[in-house]
Design a protein around this ligand. Structure first.
Ligand SMILES: C[S@@+](CC[C@H](N)C(=O)[O-])C[C@H]1O[C@@H](n2cnc3c(N)ncnc32)[C@H](O)[C@@H]1O
Length: 302
């Protein structure tokens, strides 16, 4: 049987080696249909794919209570997904705003807040960490589960500067960064027959091709789903990971000073050997970035 024309056309446009942030294939996280499929993965309790399972989130929320100022501090959960952290935090008495580019996850977060009786303590809206408005300012900002890694280095830097500008003096950022993916450096390709994936809910032949480029600290996952009617869907995600030593430098450029780095959600200090770290940082009033910010304020703008 001849291969489906759509598949051949689509694959012929592919570069032999995945290209980081390839505009032809890179995922649009704000796409409503994708957001609906991603929501199902966030809520799936059989894996920790898009969000962690609720039992694990409960433990993380207990840990966050130790890292955050006391309630009723005002928090921003940036890249909040379906509110699985924001809603329990509101349950502890925090006022929590959540933003995410995905419309379906934001709808779910609002529903979750109402179901848990914390709607009046929460505010969820579709928004992008790359262009946050200047107000309000928060007592703490959360970046949970590697929210910034799908941005290029320069966009990560500008998002962090904007987030830093949203912290009150004495406020803090609690951010989780992944230092390496769960595959060794190099390329890994596989295929499977799947009943559903993030590319579609139908049975499909799912081809995946991933490259961990340790020299550039990039992890690229390219996936192609071929459906029984011959249609194809393609998606790529590029993750720009930070090296352990790079984290304080990147945060300093954004006007923040690291005060703690932990090995993931433990109380142990982080190190370059960790797979991920949870970093607590605060605005550095004397840093060039915050001096520039203060200098750029119009007289009387507060
Ligand atoms: C791995 S999920 C984590 C969700 C949530 N923090 C959690 O742990 O349950 C990453 C989230 O970041 C969101 N996201 C990706 N890029 C974003 C951007 N530029 N601005 C805001 N949210 C973004 C995605 O839509 C997704 O919900």
């Amino acid at each position: 049987m001849a291969p489906p024309v759509a598949l051949v056309r689509r694959l012929s446009r592919f570069s032999a080696w995945p290209r980081p942030f390839d505009p032809d294939a890179e995922l649009d996280w704000s796409d409503p249909a994708f957001s609906r499929r991603l929501l199902a993965e966030h809520l799936d309790q059989t894996h920790d794919g898009a969000s962690r399972r609720r039992t694990l989130i409960e433990r993380h929320v207990t840990r966050l209570r130790q890292l955050l100022p006391d309630p009723p501090a005002h928090l921003l959960d940036a890249g909040c997904g379906p509110g699985l952290y924001a809603v329990p935090l509101a349950g502890l008495g925090y006022r929590v705003d959540g933003i995410d580019v995905g419309p379906a996850v934001i709808r779910h977060a609002r529903k979750e807040a109402r179901a848990n009786g914390v709607a009046r303590l929460t505010h969820f809206e579709v928004g992008d960490v790359r262009n946050l408005p200047a107000e309000p300012r928060y007592d703490a900002i959360l970046l949970i589960y590697y929210v910034l890694e799908n941005l290029t280095a320069s966009r990560q830097a500008s998002a962090l500067r904007r987030l830093a500008a949203r912290l009150r003096p004495g406020g803090r950022l609690v951010a989780e960064f992944r230092l390496r993916p769960d595959q060794p450096p190099g390329r890994f390709s596989a295929w499977e027959v799947a009943d559903r994936s993030l590319l579609g809910k139908r049975r499909q032949l799912l081809l995946s091709d991933s490259v961990y480029d340790r020299a550039r600290n990039l992890f690229i996952l390219r996936e192609v789903a071929v459906f029984p009617d011959g249609s194809v869907a393609v998606q790529q995600t590029t993750s720009r990971l930070l090296r352990f030593e790079e984290i304080p430098v990147v945060l300093a450029r954004a006007g923040m000073r690291v005060i703690h780095t932990f090995d993931a959600w433990t109380r142990y200090p982080g190190s370059p050997l960790c797979d991920s770290v949870v970093v607590v940082a605060e605005p550095d009033q004397g840093s060039p970035a915050s001096t520039r910010r203060a200098g750029s304020r119009r007289p009387g703008s507060g």
